[in-house]
Structure formats: structure tokens, C-alpha cells
Design a protein around this ligand. Structure first.
Ligand code: GDP
Length: 379
């Protein structure tokens, strides 16, 4: 399963513009057999300079970067959770995503109508949060009712489940997104009433509730081209909010991203420089998703392909092997490991081995970001 991120936002904030720009390079979904082939799903390669470094030393047929799937989730408007309700497809789409990319309009343009009449990212975020919170409250209510029934029957662990369901329901009922109940990784523990005081077991339990607002959020501030690269007062306000919530932030300009997307990568330098940018926002965005979700990459490298694989930080070697194939995890024996730095210094796997730097690691090895690995397994 590739990492997938769903784009949500009010109408006319630039979702389609950015989605199209992100996916214009068309890393063909067909090249990634495990990817969903759907017009609303774009495949974005995660830029990683280490792949190029490996390729200078190891001749290969193809280089395959890690990818993020970006899902364009249309249909969120004020009041969406009432009346018709948020469509089932909409809810299912968000539930399947690992994280939510919340696109917020931080550009002023009299030619582009704002659905709420003025540019105000804080209000817009509140509107979206509220719709998702209301839909989540429904979900939590069902869970609560089930927990109440189970508690009456005296089922094991039912009391703890009930207490947790009550707490989550009350939190959502107060209009607060579930993510503020436990904060995202790295969130400052500034508000102990609403954050950070759930035990790891309770967090894991809440994760099974299927709440949309429990997912990590990446705010994507769409600013005017004159406000690149650092943004404006609106995006600064979003940044401050994100810091409190432990959310991520990316500042970009949809229009500029669209222009960049039309150029071949080698021809983008001048335009990037004109706006003071180091790279297209898509690169920043893919990296932020990784950080937010606590992910990292390891590599496999050989004559057939050099490839980046996505794993959790802290993953042990068998789990990392399982990303390639479940058999690799089940039959894991050991891993041969070296680093990109070793390869740069010594120039080949044989030289690394000769220098005694090819390590043999077992089941308890915590995989490090950028490890180059070869697995030995038995099925
Ligand atoms: P969506 O409804 O959120 O998908 O919004 P669209 O991507 O369709 O954008 C709505 C309008 O805003 C379009 O006319 C875009 O050309 C315009 N737009 C998008 N991004 C920018 C931007 O960065 N600056 C300006 N001035 N207009 C933009």
C-alpha cells in the first residue's frame, strides 16, 4: 500500500490547480502496479537525491523512487455534514487516506470568487474541521452506543472502551477535531487538557474508531505569486495554528506550480529562481507527508533496479522486508546492510565487503533512514 494523502478544502481555493500541477509530471500510475488507477488519484514521486548517488556507483536498468498517492477529494462545502450528509464516497475516500492535505486559500484575487466572501484561512479551516467533526461525531456516537451495550453485558474491557468512547464523543461534541485529543507526532504539549494525555494504548484504540479528524493534517497555503517563497500574514497565521496542533504546513502558489509543471525538470531553474524557490512545492509536500507520518526510506540496489521503499521510523528489519513482500517478512533470516556514505567512499558493494563494512543484521535491527539492504529469507 503506497502512502496516500487526500486533498480537501472549500471550493475555489486552488485544489484542482494544485492537484493538476502535482500530477502533471505523470509518474504513470501504470508503472506502479500497486497504485489505484483512478482519475482522481495522482502519483507523486518522493524526490530523494540519494537515489542519484547510488546510481553513480551501481549500474542499473531503472530507478524507482518512493511515491505518495494524492487523492483529489471533491465535495466539501459548508453544511455538507447535514442535509444530504457527506457522500459515502467522500467519506470512504478520506477514510482510506493516511493523511489529509487541507488546502487553504491565502491569495486575494477579485476575479476568483471566495465562497465565503473574503479571504480568511482561519475561518475556512474551522468550516472544514466542523464538517468533518460532525461526521466523526456520528461515527463516535455509533461506537459509544455499542460500548454502552457491551458494558451492560459485562464484557471484558468494556468499561475502559466505554470511558474512552465517552471521552472522544464529548471532545467531538465540543466541536474539536480528534487530532487535538492526542496531537500529531512532535506536537508541543502545550494544552494538556485536550492533548497528549491519552495513553499509547488509548491512542491505538482511538485509531480503530475510523475518525477522519484523527488523521494527521498538512495545511497547504495557496498564496499569491508575490508572496513567495515565505508566504504572507495569512499563511503565518496558519503556521501558528499548525504549530499548536502539531500539523504540517507547506506554502505554495498554485499558479506558479501550474507553470512549473509545464516545464521539463531541467528547464525549471530560471522560474524557480525568479520566485526564490529551491524546488517545486511538490517536493516539499512529499517530504512533509513523510515527516508528518513518521516515515523514512531504505533502498534496495542491484542491476535490475535501484529502489526506495517506505517504512515507519523505528521499523525492524523483518517489517522493512515485508514492505517488499510478505514472504520476506515471514521467512526473514537476516539482512546485509550498508550506507549510501559507505558507497560514496568505497565505490562498490564488493569494496564495502572487502573493507569489512557490509553488516549482517538480524531480526532486532532497527532500520536506519538511507540504509541499503539486501534480505536473506527462507520460505
Ligand atoms: P478548487 O475549486 O479548490 O479546485 O479551485 P481551482 O483549482 O479550480 O481554482 C479556482 C480558481 O482559482 C481558478 O480560477 C484558478 O485559476 C484560481 N487559482 C488557483 N490558484 C491560484 C493562485 O495561486 N493565484 C490566483 N490568483 N488564482 C489561483
Amino acid at each position: 500500500m503506497p502512502l496516500s494523502v487526500g486533498i480537501v478544502g472549500l471550493p475555489n481555493v486552488g485544489k484542482s490547480t494544485v492537484f493538476n500541477a502535482l500530477t502533471a509530471g505523470k509518474a504513470e500510475a501504470a508503472n506502479y502496479p500497486f497504485c489505484t488507477i483512478d482519475p482522481n488519484v495522482g502519483v507523486v514521486p518522493v524526490p530523494d537525491a540519494r537515489l542519484g548517488r547510488i546510481e553513480t556507483h551501481i549500474k542499473t536498468q531503472k530507478v524507482i523512487p518512493a511515491i505518495v498517492e494524492i487523492v483529489d477529494i471533491a465535495g466539501l462545502v459548508k453544511g455538507a455534514s447535514q442535509g444530504e450528509g457527506l457522500g459515502n464516497k467522500f467519506l470512504a475516500n478520506i477514510r482510506e487516506c493516511s493523511a489529509i492535505l487541507m488546502m487553504v486559500r491565502c491569495f486575494d484575487d477579485p476575479n476568483v470568487i471566495h465562497v465565503s466572501g473574503s479571504v480568511d484561512p482561519m475561518r475556512d479551516i474551522d468550516i472544514i474541521d466542523l464538517e468533518l467533526v460532525l461526521a466523526d461525531a456520528d461515527t463516535a456516537d455509533k461506537r459509544l452506543k455499542k460500548a454502552q451495550t457491551q458494558a451492560k453485558s459485562g464484557a471484558k474491557d468494556a468499561k475502559a472502551e466505554l470511558a474512552l468512547a465517552e471521552r472522544v464523543y464529548a471532545h467531538l461534541g465540543a466541536g474539536k477535531p480528534a487530532r487535538t485529543l492526542f496531537g500529531a507526532p512532535g506536537a508541543p504539549n502545550s494544552d494538556s487538557v485536550t492533548r497528549g494525555d491519552l495513553s499509547p494504548e488509548d491512542r491505538a484504540q482511538v485509531a480503530t474508531f475510523g475518525l477522519m479528524t484523527a488523521k494527521p493534517v498538512l495545511y497547504c497555503c495557496n498564496v499569491g505569486e508575490g508572496d513567495l517563497p515565505n508566504g504572507n500574514a495569512w499563511s503565518d497565521a496558519v503556521r501558528a495554528r499548525a504549530a499548536k496542533e502539531g500539523a504540517g504546513v507547506v506554502v505554495l502558489c498554485g499558479k506558479v506550480e501550474a507553470e512549473l509543471a509545464e516545464l521539463a525538470p531541467a528547464d525549471r531553474g530560471e522560474l524557480l529562481a525568479a520566485y526564490g524557490l529551491k524546488e517545486p512545492a511538490l517536493a516539499t509536500l512529499a517530504r512533509e507527508c513523510y515527516r508528518l507520518l513518521g516515515l523514512q526510506s531504505y533502498f534496495t540496489a542491484g542491476e535490475k533496479e535501484i529502489r526506495a521503499w517506505t517504512i515507519r521510523k523505528g521499523a525492524l528489519a523483518p517489517e522493512a522486508a515485508g514492505v517488499i513482500h510478505t514472504d520476506f517478512e515471514k521467512g526473514f533470516i537476516r539482512a546485509q546492510v550498508y550506507s549510501v556514505d559507505d558507497l560514496d567512499q568505497l565505490g562498490s558493494e564488493a569494496a564495502i565487503k572487502a573493507a569489512g563494512k557490509l553488516r549482517m543484521e538480524g531480526k532486532d535491527y532497527v532500520v536506519q533512514d538511507g540504509d541499503i539492504m539486501h534480505f536473506l529469507f527462507n520460505v
